[in-house]
Design a protein around this ligand. Structure first.
Ligand code: AMP
Ligand code: MN
Ligand code: MN
Ligand code: MN
Length: 284
């Protein structure tokens, strides 16, 4: 009898907005009985080499990944790249491009917090939290909480950083085709991340999935973190409708309020798991 395999194909380390180091993340995955873990930091592959080394000693299969920021009809949408070559020229070019956008946005958030809210030193404070990693709004949120401007991360997003709030500085993230192309050129599989998180109508969601497929996307997350069985069934229906492979992951960011690594339901019976794409190339 073969042992059950647990795939967690969406997680973050301190190389982006996760709390744990790549080593601690992999170790936690092993404790949680995850057999295959994808590290998918926001617009960064900086943690992958360390995660890969740790994965060898922990006996976990590490899937190199990334979560790219993209946009569709002016809305920010995330696309996960799985089984990418983190050292490819395509990934390097992409990460440099995204890092430039993140840097500009961080400066704009800093300017707005200072000029509109009288909060000084936010960029320096956020940079302390991201410690050389891929800077994002959660690092600003931590600075705001630490300095008493918000009760918790959630409130920091509600008051300052979330969509439509003072620091919601619009970024021209690349479109689906550009991001899917980056992933494919790096030998990876493009996965539409957490489609249910955008709170779109089903019609709009299907329009987005259609455009993703037209851009060359091959899979979508049918399960992301904790969700109802009805939601899972509905997302599987959409995956089937567009002949997409199914992915699943926790979107773990750290111990605490986040979904735990490896802790989510199974893909529905009959789903075509995304890992079949890369496993078909393995020797039997
Ligand atoms: P960014 O990549 O800089 O645009 O920031 C997006 C990240 O912020 C997401 O990946 C989440 O980790 C985090 N985030 C978004 N909304 C919230 C919230 N309400 N509370 C805490 N973290 C959030
Ligand atoms: Mn995040
Ligand atoms: Mn995301
Ligand atoms: Mn994520």
């Amino acid at each position: 009898m073969t042992a059950t395999r647990i795939f967690d194909l969406h997680s973050h380390s301190s190389a982006s907005d996760g709390i744990l180091s790549p080593e601690a993340l992999v170790s936690r995955a092993r404790v949680n009985k995850v057999t295959s873990l994808a590290l998918t930091d926001h617009d960064s592959v900086a943690g992958i080499a360390r995660a890969q080394r740790a994965a060898v000693s922990e006996g976990v299969a590490l899937v190199p990944g990334i979560e790219y920021s993209s946009q569709w009809r002016e809305q920010g949408i995330h696309i996960v790249g799985l089984h990418i070559d983190p050292l490819s020229l395509s990934t390097k070019t992409a990460v440099e491009h995204q890092s430039g956008l993140r840097g500009q946005r961080a400066q704009e958030i800093d300017r707005r917090l200072a000029s509109k809210c009288g909060i000084e030193g936010a960029l320096t404070g956020a940079m302390r939290h991201c410690n050389g990693g891929s800077i994002g709004r959660p690092h600003f949120a931590r600075y705001l909480v630490e300095n008493g401007h918000a009760r918790d991360m959630n409130q920091a997003f509600k008051k300052y950083l979330g969509a439509g709030k003072i620091c919601d500085s619009r970024v021209s993230w690349p479109d689906f085709s550009t991001v899917v192309d980056w992933i494919k050129r790096a030998g990876g599989v493009a996965v539409l991340a957490h489609p249910a998180k955008y709170k779109m109508t089903r019609t709009k969601l299907c329009a987005m999935v259609r455009d993703f497929v037209e851009a060359g996307g091959e899979a979508m997350e049918v399960i992301c973190g904790s969700q109802t069985p009805e939601r899972t069934r509905d997302l599987q229906c959409i995956a089937d409708k567009f002949a997409l492979k199914s992915s699943c992951g926790s979107d773990f960011h750290g111990p605490g309020p986040w979904q735990e690594l490896g802790s989510f339901g199974s893909l529905p019976a009959g789903a075509s798991p995304v890992w079949e794409i890369w496993e078909k190339d393995l020797p039997v």
